[in-house]
Write a protein that binds this ligand. Structure first.
Ligand SMILES: Cc1cc2nc3c(=O)[nH]c(=O)nc-3n(C[C@H](O)[C@H](O)[C@H](O)COP(=O)(O)OP(=O)(O)OC[C@H]3O[C@@H](n4cnc5c(N)ncnc54)[C@H](O)[C@@H]3O)c2cc1C
Length: 502
């Protein structure tokens, strides 16, 4: 017998996660299907910023910037273990394409629109502070401005949003691919391939949160009239990042570099040991699943960095690259950097309840997007409780940063202090569950690879649905980047042995 839900969500990236969480908290029964691992596509390939997007002011995207700026503080409050303030430095150069006055006005506007309480305001560095920036090329900038934004772990933000939805009763699953949806007797009837098995799920309403696949997914949906709902045009724009080791002396602030081609490139400190350089904007023609940083993109990012910093980095210094495809609403802009970053929520009713498709969007605005989708469902006649996500702590988000520091200090001696420190800013208050598990079974403190007690892998597999070593190393944690080959192989062997037993 197939089950009937109020809402079927297709896609376990940040937007599907936000919709599922909001909906279940408003009283709907929810089923979410993610074809791969949670956040394996765009939602783990972002620049990891929770930001207003200062450059979008140039495109007059005031609505988007205002919403994004306000979301920074909401997310800092509700997910203090995952969303952290980050100070940005913005050099003003003689050869920059936009006039200095425009940058000054932009920063003022940024302060004004933000409604900030937790974050500071923008300003200008003193000459002495400017001269003290490590490796910054002397004379490269006439002035250096500073402004606050935030950063996060995009994959974990998505995961914690999904776990939150599950803790409220949603049926959430990864490795569940929706192969077709047909309207039968007024219900969306979806065929789902789930971990090798076939399942039929019926629902009164449907949200298509398939990101870069959103338009393609509509081709697998058949309305009561036998037709596929019409899709809007999506422009797929690839963005790549490269990671290099952070040189000494360390710089913990980020940089917004204005490249001579008019684009903005970020230099972001990461995990206390690396710098992320990103990103690019290249129209992507192929399958959104196969994206890679090209040599040309890598060289472009390194050249921009070297233009501002006296640090001779080359391709051999790159320790990792990643790329993602922005699923942007095609607004006719010829320049991929200028295509709108705002989202569109499209409603159809193909002989059943509402079918909502999400086009575009940002990591930063996911919670607000969830609210807008709920408004759309309500307009289409779905009965819903009031909005609630603005003040509710996210899964793992019950403790503030000071309390998290105490939790790290006071954990069991069986676990190394550095591991406890990493845990609290990965699992938040759920770190207590890992402590309890290891105290009940001390053998689980034994490390599978350096810095990885077995209890953590077990937690990922049993609570966070990690199925493969890649799920764990790249998305539940970012430990792939600090482990050597032997460590990564040990984690892979652990998951292989567990999957054989299952
Ligand atoms: C390079 C780059 C940098 C960015 N930087 C930032 C940033 O710093 N800050 C910010 O706020 N935003 C940023 N963004 C934007 C942000 O990452 C995206 O807007 C967001 O991740 C989109 O999420 P999504 O859920 O819509 O899509 P996705 O994360 O792609 O999720 C869609 C999911 O749908 C699933 N799916 C597809 N078809 C099916 C099916 N048939 N059955 C089941 N599941 C299916 C896919 O497997 C996929 O996981 C950036 C984007 C890129 C590409």
């Amino acid at each position: 017998m197939s089950r009937i839900f109020d809402l079927l969500v297709i896609g376990g990236g940040i937007n599907g996660a936000a919709v599922a969480r909001d909906a279940v908290g408003r009283g709907l029964t929810v089923y979410l299907a993610e074809a791969g691992d949670y956040a394996h596509a765009t939602s783990s390939a972002s620049s990891k910023l929770i930001h207003g997007g200062i450059r979008y002011l140039e495109q007059y995207e005031f609505r988007l910037v205002r919403e994004s700026l306000r979301e920074r503080e909401v997310l800092m409050r509700t997910a203090p273990h995952l969303v952290f303030p980050l100070e940005f430095l913005l050099p003003i150069t003689a050869d920059q394409p936009r006039p200095a006055w425009m940058v000054h006005i932009g920063l003022r506007l940024y302060d004004f629109l933000s409604g900030r309480r937790l974050l500071g305001r923008s300003g200008r560095l003193s000459r002495a502070a400017m001269a003290a920036i490590p490796r910054f090329r002397k004379g490269r900038a006439r002035a250096v401005m500073h402004y606050p934004d935030c950063w996060t772990d995009d994959a974990r933000l998505t995961l914690e949003t999904l776990l939150d939805a599950r803790s409220r009763g949603a049926d959430i699953g990864n490795y569940r691919r929706v192969t077709s949806v047909a309207v039968v007797d007024g219900l969306y009837t979806a065929e789902v391939e789930s971990h090798g098995a076939q399942e039929t799920v019926r629902a009164r309403s449907l949200v298509n949160a398939a990101g870069p696949w959103a338009a393609r997914l509509l081709g697998t949906v058949t309305g009561a009239d036998g037709q596929h709902p019409a899709a809007r045009g999506l422009k797929l724009v690839r963005g790549s990042h490269v990671v290099i080791p952070m040189p000494e002396p360390q710089e913990t602030r980020a940089f917004t570099l204005q490249n001579t081609d008019g684009r903005v490139v970020f230099v972001l400190p990461w995990l206390g040991r690396f710098l992320i350089l990103g990103t690019t904007d290249v129209v992507h023609q192929g399958d959104p699943a196969s994206v890679q940083c090209t040599d040309a993109e890598r060289d472009y990012l390194l050249a921009c960095y070297r233009d501002f910093f006296d640090h001779a980095v080359g391709p051999d210094d790159v320790v990792w690259t990643w790329s993602g495809v922005r699923p942007l609403v095609d607004d006719g802009s010829a320049n991929p950097s200028e295509v709108t970053r705002d989202y569109v929520i499209d409603l159809k009713q193909p002989g059943a309840g509402p079918l909502v498709t999400i086009y575009g969007g940002k990591l930063t605005t996911h919670r607000k997007l969830g609210e807008h989708v709920m408004d759309t469902l309500a307009q289409a006649g779905i009965a819903l409780g009031p909005s609630w996500t603005e003040h509710a702590p996210l899964h793992g988000g019950q403790l503030d940063r000071a309390q998290l520091a105490v939790l790290a200090e006071t954990g069991p001696d069986l676990i190394a202090p550095a591991v406890r420190q990493r845990w609290v800013f990965t699992y938040g208050d759920v770190t207590r569950d890992l402590y309890a598990r290891v105290l009940a079974e001390p053998a689980l403190a034994v490390e599978v690879a350096p810095g990885l007690p077995e209890v953590e892998l077990l937690h990922a597999a049993t609570v966070e649905d990690a199925v493969t070593a890649e799920d764990f190393l790249y998305r539940r944690t970012k430990t792939f980047i600090v482990l050597d080959d032997a460590g990564r192989t040990a984690v892979a062997a652990w998951f292989a042995a567990r999957n054989r037993r299952a």
